[in-house]
Design a protein around this ligand. Structure first.
Ligand code: NAP
Length: 259
């Protein structure tokens, strides 16, 4: 299926995990070009860099742009790479960090770092992409990777929830702002997806017990994979979602459907 034929996309945090999965999904659906924008080129989980993989295994052209999403200049460079590759159609603001935290111990620096990456990066990534999309005058799609933590609270990661909750309502606000231009803006809310976002597993036994408990809570009985999020992102980026904007798509195997 070539749902994204002729489309050019930027995926922040596209070297690893969910971003890598989305870049691969877009290529499998015939995207013309994918710009992989990340702080590092090599995937945390191993294997070939995303852009090399796309170039070798698909008809999609792909480049890596070193991009820290806290820098407006870096984001501009990534989006200009998409302009050079045919003109941006799809912006995926995926880069993000997560860690468990004790509310009483969070420092101003830690708070600021999480908000800068998870919220400010999405805000300005959207702003710069929208400037170009408005200039082009033929619509476009902005997809923000939030989390179920952007819909529900959790005392074990209050700053993360605050950043993702802000991202969620920012998404709705931008859908309202850009609707006149035919630009659709949507959020995806992943549940538990198997990536390296929490770092290396140090205690395999504890990880196995955690997995057992987690999968019991999830109606579909498994962790999500990056390709599960790629499917949702491909749908939202494609013409199949032509009348979908300002929406939250939860992709969590049913985890939050009953808790
Ligand atoms: P991941 O495997 O750690 O991948 C995230 C990528 O973003 C990494 O390559 C990371 O690079 C990069 N990144 C971090 N800071 C960046 C910055 N300042 N500028 C540009 N790139 C940066 O994590 P993931 O699980 O795929 O997460 C992707 C998104 O999904 C995040 O927004 C996350 O909050 C969201 N999400 C994930 C889950 C889950 O269960 N995995 C659930 C809900 C939401 P380095 O790590 O090398 O710095």
């Amino acid at each position: 299926m070539a749902l994204l034929k002729g489309k050019t996309a930027v995926v922040t945090g596209g070297s690893s995990g969910i971003g890598r999965g989305i870049a691969r999904g877009f290529a499998e659906h015939g995207a013309e070009a994918v710009v992989v924008a990340d702080v590092q080129e090599d995937p945390k989980e191993g294997g070939r860099p995303t852009h090399e993989l796309l170039e070798a295994e698909t008809d999609t052209s792909s480049v890596f742009v070193e991009c820290d999403v806290t820098s407006r200049a870096d984001l501009t460079e990534a989006i200009e790479a998409a302009e050079a590759a045919g003109g941006i159609d799809i912006m995926v603001n995926n880069a993000g960090i997560w860690h468990a935290e004790d509310f009483f111990e969070v420092t101003e620096d830690e708070f600021q770092r999480m908000i800068e990456i998870n919220l400010k990066g999405v805000y300005f990534g959207s702003q710069i992409a929208a400037e170009r999309l408005v200039e082009h005058g033929d619509g476009g799609a902005i997809i923000n990777i939030s989390s179920i933590a952007g819909l529900f609270g959790n005392g074990n990661w209050p700053t993360y929830s605050a950043s993702k909750g802000g991202l969620t309502t920012f998404t709705y606000s931008l859908a309202h702002k850009l609707g006149d231009h035919g630009i659709r803006v949507n959020a995806i809310h992943p549940g538990g997806i198997q990536t390296m976002i929490g770092g290396e597993t140090t205690d395999p036994e504890a990880a196995a017990e955690q997995a057992r408990q987690f999968t019991q809570m999830v109606p579909l009985g498994r962790y999500g994979q990056p390709e599960d999020i790629a499917g949702a992102a491909t749908f939202l980026a494609s013409d199949l979602a032509n009348y979908v904007t300002g929406e939250s798509l939860v992709v969590d195997g049913g985890w939050t459907s009953w808790r």
